[in-house]
Design a protein around this ligand. Structure first.
Ligand code: ATP
Length: 208
């Protein structure tokens, strides 16, 4: 599972999803837009628009899935609820992984039911340029004793571990920067898949 606001999806998300899948040997990566992200302000476009851009961005990429399940629930989009549903589908033996960037990881202790996440899945933390702050004490306590030294060690169990991954591409792209460029009328070429860029321009999204 790679959750996010995807406001809008960009090549940092998509390339990370491909590289996470390869690094961990995963069957598939569910990219799941949060309908109502609990810890941040209202996204700039609707959940349906963000999902449509995600679908366009993924296109026919093998192993990546635009998963709409959080749009079908009411209330805040808690990852713990999403993992419960994925675990039910995959069964108790499957290795289930929640991947997130280091910036999102730094706030993990503030999430809804953070200990519960580890009973449902492994956490894989992806390095992100410009996001290398030290861990807050509550987070250090939360992950104490969970860190695995390798993919093989992590994947021996179905859930409960933590692995830090440095992906080959490490793209310094953020949705914030993409939105700022769109508002300013600057180019977003090669930050987004072309189909996503075209749809944004055609529909007049992210204009002030
Ligand atoms: P914003 O700038 O609006 O905060 P964002 O670019 O961080 O957005 P999100 O939708 O919040 O995008 O991110 C979803 C997940 O993808 C998070 O776990 C985030 O850390 C991760 N992520 C986002 N961009 C990158 C990137 N360039 N490289 C690796 N991981 C990323």
């Amino acid at each position: 599972m790679l959750g996010g606001t995807f406001d809008p999806v960009h090549l940092g998300h998509l390339r990370s999803a491909v590289e996470i899948r390869e690094a961990l040997g995963l069957d598939r990566v569910h990219m799941i837009p949060a309908a109502q992200p609990p810890l941040r302000g209202e996204p700039h476009i609707t959940p349906e628009q963000r999902l449509a851009l995600l679908r366009l961005g993924i296109g026919d990429t093998p192993g990546l899935i635009a998963d709409a399940r959080e749009l079908e629930r009411q209330g805040p989009s808690y990852s713990a609820d999403t993992l419960v549903a994925l675990r039910r589908e995959c069964g108790p033996e499957a290795r289930l992984v929640m991947a997130l960037g280091h910036d999102a990881f730094l706030r993990l202790a503030d999430w809804h039911a953070p200990e519960r996440l580890f009973s449902l899945a492994h956490l894989v933390v992806v390095d992100r340029p410009d996001h290398d702050a030290a861990l807050p004490a509550a987070l250090a306590a939360l992950i104490d004793g969970r860190e695995a030294s390798s993919v093989e060690a992590l994947m021996r169990e179905p859930a409960g571990g933590l692995l830090r991954l440095r992906l080959p591409s490490r793209m310094a792209i953020s949705a914030t920067e993409v939105r700022q460029r769109l508002v300013a009328g600057d180019s977003v070429r090669y930050l987004l898949p072309e189909a996503v860029e075209e749809r944004i321009h055609a529909a007049g999204l992210y204009r002030r």
